[in-house]
Design a protein around this ligand. Structure first.
Ligand SMILES: [Fe+2]
Length: 309
């Protein structure tokens, strides 16, 4: 039994109309379905019916993180495995979530709502203006807004990073690829995956109880597209929080900003792929991480930069 990939993430948003406008016009995602208080969206080459669900809510919060398992029978295997670990699993019948088959729903030790499913509607564009004859294009590429190709990863917050990492590995088989330690030697962040992506989920230590989401990332193809996204965002009135830069941990080029309801988003590109079956998790001690792990390039010019000699 194995998780194949991150399926979709639900964000609870206080300003659904503003978030809808941002995700469609600025980010360039596409609405696959819309009902009262809930919008399903996907990037142009996301093959699933949706990779992002926006739900109207009183305050910005992480909804659920849904994973697609490798085979239908994996759901029974995971259900038994999670029960053995004492995890309280809710069986959600097929069709309860639009386009989604039978689902297992449960919570992480730090209260993240998680789902496992196998069946999900494959997107096939019906709008003639967006339909494509290219067999691997669920819809036509039109380059609207940032225009990411696909969902990439979700980064959550947790009080005990190492305990949550161990639980994700034991309960869901998500392997640890690299991590940071604080001055006292405790794990302060962890990046994890079940496939060659450097991470499908990461954990960063929460500064206060109750924080559950750090950011959600969509992938573009090139550093050029990250730079283009930065220009689009700034010109559209969305400040850049950090970047563009290159994470030394993954080699990925990053750009962080906030969508209108307050959730931090990332556009990123070009991280390494981990194909080796014997990859050993890399440990980033505080000093190399400070100098190289967060960003290979310091944004501030070095002393003396403005002199010629
Ligand atoms: Fe990220």
């Amino acid at each position: 039994m194995r998780i194949a990939h991150l399926g979709h993430v639900e964000l609870r948003v206080p300003d659904l109309a503003a978030s809808r406008a941002f995700f469609t016009e600025t980010m360039g995602l596409f609405v696959s379905a819309e009902e009262d208080g809930r919008i399903h969206l996907r990037a142009w080459q996301d093959f699933d019916r949706h990779t992002l669900v926006l739900t109207q809510a009183g305050e910005a919060a992480l909804g659920r993180i849904a994973w697609r398992v490798e085979a239908p029978e994996d759901l029974d295997r995971f259900a038994a495995h999670l029960a053995r670990l004492g995890v309280d699993v809710e069986e959600v019948p097929a069709g309860s979530e639009p386009g989604q088959g039978r689902t297992l729903r449960f919570r992480s030790p730090e209260d993240h709502l998680l789902e496992l499913f196998y069946e999900i509607e494959r997107w096939k564009e019906r709008d003639p203006a967006l339909a494509s004859d290219v067999l691997v294009h669920p819809q036509r590429f039109v380059g609207r807004g940032v225009a990411p190709r696909r969902i990439d990863h979700v980064t959550v917050l947790g009080r005990d990073v190492e305990a949550l990492q161990r639980w994700l590995t034991e309960a869901l088989g998500i392997r640890l690829n690299y991590f940071t330690e604080d001055e006292g030697g405790a794990m302060s962040a962890a990046w994890m995956s079940t496939n060659p992506l450097t991470h499908q989920i990461a954990i960063i230590r929460a500064s206060e109880p109750g924080q559950t989401l750090h950011h959600l990332a969509y992938a573009v193809d090139s550093p050029d597209e990250v730079m283009r996204a930065a220009r689009l965002l700034v010109d559209g009135g969305t400040p850049i929080e950090w970047g563009p830069g290159i994470h030394g941990t993954s080699g990925g080029m990053f750009l962080y900003f906030r969508e209108p309801s307050g959730h931090r988003m990332e556009v990123w590109s070009g991280a390494m792929l981990l194909l080796a079956p014997d990859w050993e998790p890399r440990r980033w001690a505080p000093e190399p991480f400070r100098a190289l792990g967060g960003n290979l390039f310091d944004a501030a010019p070095p002393a003396g930069f403005r002199s010629w000699t």
